[in-house]
Write a protein that binds this ligand. Sequence first.
Ligand SMILES: Nc1ncnc2c1ncn2[C@@H]1O[C@H](COP(=O)(O)OP(=O)(O)OP(=O)(O)O)[C@@H](O)[C@H]1O
Length: 259
Amino acid sequence: MLKRTSLESQAGRLAVKNLEVGYGSIPIVRGASVEVEPNRIVGIIGPNGAGKSTFLKGVMGILPPRAGTVVYDGRPLQGLRPDQIVSRGIGYVPQLRDVFDNLTVAENLDIGGHIARAGRNQRKDEIYSQFPVLAERRHQSAHTLSGGQRRLLALARALMSKPRVILLDEPSAGLSPQAMDTVWEHLGKLKDQGLALLIVEQKARALLSIADWVYVLVDGRNAVDASGAVLLDDIANLGKIFMGGSESNTDNHVNSVIH
Ligand SMILES: Nc1ncnc2c1ncn2[C@@H]1O[C@H](COP(=O)(O)OP(=O)(O)OP(=O)(O)O)[C@@H](O)[C@H]1O
């Protein structure tokens, strides 16, 4: 189990507390709290529409938080623009529009990093050595990539600015199981290199099996958090939590709410 300590005191730790985010006057995230530290994969799961993607957008400043704090490395991030948050060391891989189809792999990387021109080629070389499949295709247009290669390009683009924390919104979306295995493998390597990964997933079981710690959001609020292994162990109870507390203890029922 993860050892939990006071967040703000620890280097490289991202602490989100009581975040409230919405669209117009509609509240979606209603006071959710999540923490992630270096060398960890932390997951966020929950039923459809729970506000998982909205939560990430609030952390990144894409949607302005209405309340709550986002602290990284002891310094507040809330109120900053997304590009300023990236400059502070937080990377973001969105679920949609994750790469530019009409640009080549190399061009996608060039515009990925908020990074000085001088350092870009060296950073691209580092990325290519980590992602040989992208190196081989560096001059190809992104629309010629497979779904899995495209997802790796989106991840690589976020890595250009050398983030210490990466937020990923549904990295498995639309991928075959094999492609997803490759993406998980890369995410595991990034964790081993010391990055902190915060991953939102609809495929809860896959995330539970690799995450060190998982938060369950229901209706924009924290329902429960525990290690992935503990939540997997009691999947029937997790099904109940997904259903907002109602009965959900048959295998079929659990399978229909937890993918
Ligand atoms: N641009 C928008 N304008 C208004 N409401 C939105 C917008 N985007 C999302 N919502 C609403 O916010 C709620 C939460 O959406 P969000 O995408 O954060 O949920 P989620 O937990 O990521 O869901 P899923 O697992 O289905 O992707 C949903 O009810 C959704 O309809």
